[in-house]
Design a protein around this ligand. Structure first.
Ligand SMILES: Nc1nc2c(ncn2[C@@H]2O[C@H](COP(=O)(O)OP(=O)(O)OP(=O)(O)O)[C@@H](O)[C@H]2O)c(=O)[nH]1
Ligand SMILES: [Mg+2]
Length: 246
């Protein structure tokens, strides 16, 4: 039997300094899996940055047929906007996925989650990588991010009444049919897009599973702990309102 097809998007904003080693490893690790395609979506960085990304990605595309040419968005949309732009390019695969560009979640973890998706016998279940076991030595994060992650996870679970610990981990696999069903309702393009995606999947009857992974924080992150957390908390309240929760 043919393995389920997977399209993996890497959303990037100002990532030329970090993506090279991770993308190289990811291409190597996934080429043996078969029926996995990868696309970098460059989210409206400036022309010099786009050029640097081309210089890194073009030689890798020549070596790996499953690495598609990058998609350059003319304007910055935000992480969610970039993920969705990439997913919309693959309307026929079985699984849509994304992974962060910085390699905090290794290529091996990506391969493990793909294996798990392919073994999945349950109907329509999304796989969300998770750093929920924050005491595990496999999860290396600064204490500030650990704490914020825990507070935000509790906020999401409580306000939306969805039993999740870590909605923000940068690796997820979603059944394509489930995504297409909910795509017209998705509004959030920034860092809280995963929360809206989770809520919409849940409300549409698609299950989800949190899969504990190893995580090694990489310096140079874009998420501003205070400013982005406030924005994201507001987004969670807006999602709750749109769901008609009181
Ligand atoms: N497309 C797009 N991607 C973005 C944007 N900002 C961040 N990203 C991507 O989102 C992913 C996660 O961002 P990071 O910078 O790794 O976030 P972080 O501050 O390290 O936070 P954690 O990884 O959760 O610890 C990376 O692949 C980024 O390139 C944006 O405006 N647009
Ligand atoms: Mg990161």
């Amino acid at each position: 039997m043919q393995p389920a097809t997977v399209h993996l998007v890497i959303p990037c904003y100002q990532e030329s300094g970090r993506i090279g080693p991770f993308l190289t490893e990811l291409c190597e690790v996934t080429k043996g899996l078969g029926d996995v395609s990868i696309r970098v979506v460059e989210d409206g960085s400036d022309a010099a940055e786009a050029e640097r990304m081309r210089e890194i990605i073009t030689p890798l595309c020549r070596m790996h047929a499953h690495l598609h040419p990058p998609l350059f968005l003319p304007q910055n949309r935000g992480k969610g906007g970039a993920v969705y732009a990439g997913w919309d390019q693959a309307p026929e695969v079985d699984w849509l996925a994304f992974v962060d560009a910085d390699g905090s979640c290794s290529a091996t973890e990506v391969a493990n989650l793909i294996h798990l998706a392919r073994k999945q016998s349950k109907p329509e279940t999304a796989l969300f990588a998770s750093r929920w076991d924050q005491t595990s030595p496999r999860v290396q994060r600064q204490w500030k991010r650990r704490l914020m992650g825990r507070i935000f996870g509790t906020l999401v679970a409580t306000l939306l009444r969805i039993p999740i610990h870590d909605s923000q981990c940068g690796l997820k696999l979603v059944p394509r049919t489930a995504y297409q069903r909910i795509a017209p309702s998705l509004r959030i393009q920034g860092f809280a897009f995963d929360v809206e995606l989770l809520a919409a999947l849940h409300d549409s009857g698609c299950g989800f599973e949190e899969v504990s992974i190893a995580w090694h924080e990489t310096p140079g992150g874009h998420v501003h702990l205070i400013r982005d957390s406030i924005r994201m908390a507001r987004d969670v309240v807006a999602i709750r309102r749109r769901r008609g929760q009181h």
